[in-house]
Design a protein around this ligand. Structure first.
Ligand SMILES: Cc1cc2nc3c(=O)[nH]c(=O)nc-3n(C[C@H](O)[C@H](O)[C@H](O)COP(=O)(O)O)c2cc1C
Length: 399
């Protein structure tokens, strides 16, 4: 989702979590959105309007009558908004929105909004559980509003239960997901990501430089596009993407077992993981001691299962299999050979060795080759953007 040139209306109401709206505003601005804040008088008791005005670089609409001297009116704000986020949403605003009340700037603006809306309830857990609050939330949901469930835990009022406003990054992530076209709805997507780690002894291993960033970016993009995503990941230092079923593995054997057991029922399989081709034949049970060896030590390696080849051999005609190939030379020749040998439908090949693409980098540059002989050069770009272009091409190929 590209927030550039998008007008986002951020509604802030009088809850203890209003301070989190400041961080949310920062995240929206960082993503390139033009944000207009509409706050209630109660919200002003928690966070000052100046904070929102400075950070949004726009006038805040607080008072329906005295603020109209500014160039934007509540109707302009509603009409121009590409999407609306109300966080935190008090029990009071939820009740007023459910009943169509328009007695302040935010509620009046909301009656003129026609774009997608996300409401983030936040309140004491007994208030949240109250039948009237739940009934009002049901009404809003039926009216087409997206309700983001609050987190559970210890609340500001010291009670324990559901009612806490989720972290701003999570709200931002789900708000972004709400706005993404769901062109992978009903599709099951299986992804492998990260490196595999093959033990030499209990403290040493054979592995590679894969950071998992590319696979995680694809999983995240596919989930936001409505896909049901399962990701089998080797050890990485990334947080699992929201909404993705993440299965952690260490070795190639474990990854192969998980990928093959999740293969039936998957529509699209994307193998991004950098799997160790070889593993130590006989990992030592105890740490290998230097004193037990001379100047040289040899580690004998044995071939690991070729996961993508196993999947290629088992997959049905309806299943679409995509591989990634990191090459240091003969990119095209090696990529085309892999499509044939491993029964792939598409391969994303990249030349490793440059600091701005391939392993660890936040950007990547690949060439896509398809079984039908077509190819596409994708220039250097953020892995998140590349993930979406790759998914566009997969969708185009599977029809
Ligand atoms: C210290 C304090 C904290 C509050 N926190 C919340 C809250 O987290 N959620 C909520 O629904 N109401 C909370 N309230 C009550 C609302 O501020 C009150 O219902 C107010 O009328 C809401 O107005 P608004 O919806 O126009 O912002 C709190 C009140 C006080 C005094």
């Amino acid at each position: 989702m590209n927030f550039k040139n998008k007008n986002i209306l951020l509604g802030v109401t009088g809850g203890i979590a209003a301070y989190k709206a400041v961080e949310l505003l920062r995240l929206l601005k960082k993503a390139g959105a033009n944000v207009n804040v509409v706050m209630t008088h109660s919200a002003k008791k928690f966070v000052g309007r100046t904070t929102f005005e400075v950070l949004s670089e726009n006038k805040v609409l607080l008072d329906l009558f005295s603020d109209t001297e500014s160039s934007v009116t509540h109707i302009d704000l509603a009409t121009n908004a590409h999407a609306v986020l109300i966080a935190p949403a008090t029990a009071n605003i939820i009740a007023k929105l459910a009943q169509g009340i328009a007695d302040d700037a935010l509620t009046t603006t909301m009656l003129a909004v026609t774009s997608p809306v996300m409401i983030c309830p936040s309140m004491n857990s007994d208030m949240y559980a109250n039948i009237r609050v739940q009934r009002n939330l049901d009404i809003l949901e039926e009216d087409g509003f997206n309700i983001l469930d609050p987190d559970s835990g210890v609340l500001a009022c010291k009670s324990v239960g559901a009612g806490r406003l989720p972290d701003p990054w999570f709200i931002f992530d789900r708000f972004e997901a709400m706005l993404v076209k769901k062109d992978l709805k009903n599709k099951k997507i299986l992804i492998s990501a990260g490196p595999t780690v093959e033990a030499i002894d209990p403290v040493r291993f054979v592995s590679n430089h894969s950071s998992g960033k590319m696979g995680y970016a694809i999983a995240q993009a596919a989930e936001k596009r409505g896909g049901q995503v399962t990701m089998v990941s080797g050890p990485v230092s990334l947080d699992p993407p929201v909404g993705v079923e993440c299965i952690d593995v260490v070795s190639c054997e474990e990854m192969a077992q998980q990928m093959l057991s999740h293969l039936p029922g998957s529509d699209i399989i994307i193998k991004v993981a950098a799997v160790a081709d070889y593993k130590p034949v006989d990992p030592a049970d105890n740490k290998i001691k230097k004193k037990d060896h001379g100047k040289n030590i040899a580690i004998s390696l044995i071939e690991n299962p070729d996961i993508i080849k196993l999947i290629g051999a088992k997959k049905t005609k309806e299943q679409f299999l995509v591989g990634f190939a990191a090459e240091t030379n003969d990119l095209e020749k090696n990529a085309l050979l892999k499509i044939k040998k491993k029964n792939l439908d598409m391969i994303a090949a990249n030349l490793v060795g440059s600091s701005d693409s391939g392993f660890k980098a936040d950007t990547n540059k690949v060439k896509l080759f398809s079984r039908d002989g077509s190819s596409l050069d994708i220039p250097l770009m953020e892995k998140s953007k590349l993930a979406n272009i790759l998914l566009d091409h997969i969708i185009e190929k599977i029809g």
